[in-house]
Design a protein around this ligand. Structure first.
Ligand SMILES: [Zn+2]
Length: 163
């Protein structure tokens, strides 16, 4: 089955910058699952996967506008430290660390700029914003979405929404 609108796709990825430095991957984690054609995947990745099938593995170079966006100026904000979530499990915040915050638009990855006693200044730009990136993508599963998934606009089950 080929990736098309209303299919649920699972894929593995390795993101590298243009110097070949690896920035992120899900090699040892669960594959990412998403409902294709419903604008809930980065547009560049979604377009690259269109028409691909299980077992396809390829690389594609994507501009910031197609992935994490351009760097926005004035994106610094002071927030209560307790609102920061830490993927690495450390309790001590330092400038340069990345954190996750919950916003009205879902979870967002931010970079810590300055740490106070109770408040932290964060930069809301995604750590990979403004970078042209290379995506190594491998399709591990493609299936027809259920009518419930299409109605919800997202994938259920492994790698998708659980609710
Ligand atoms: Zn749902």
């Amino acid at each position: 089955m080929q990736i098309a609108k209303d299919t649920v796709v699972q894929f593995k990825y390795i993101i590298t910058d243009l110097d070949g430095v690896e920035l992120e991957n899900n090699r040892d984690d669960e594959a990412v699952a998403y409902l294709h054609g419903h604008s809930n995947m980065m547009p560049g990745v979604s377009a690259a996967l269109e028409g691909k099938a299980v077992g396809d593995r390829f690389s594609v170079e994507l501009e910031p506008a197609q992935t994490y966006g351009e760097i926005q100026p004035d994106a610094e904000q002071r927030i209560p430290m307790k609102h920061l979530q830490d993927a690495q499990g450390t309790k001590k915040w330092k400038a340069g660390m990345t954190a996750v915050v919950n916003t009205d638009n879902g979870q967002r990855e931010v970079t810590v700029v300055k740490v106070g006693k109770f408040m932290v200044t964060v930069n809301l730009n995604h750590p990979m914003a403004g970078k042209t990136l290379n995506f190594d993508l491998e399709v591990v599963d493609v299936r027809q979405a259920t009518s419930e998934e299409i109605e919800h606009g997202h994938a259920h089950g492994a790698g998708g929404h659980h609710h």
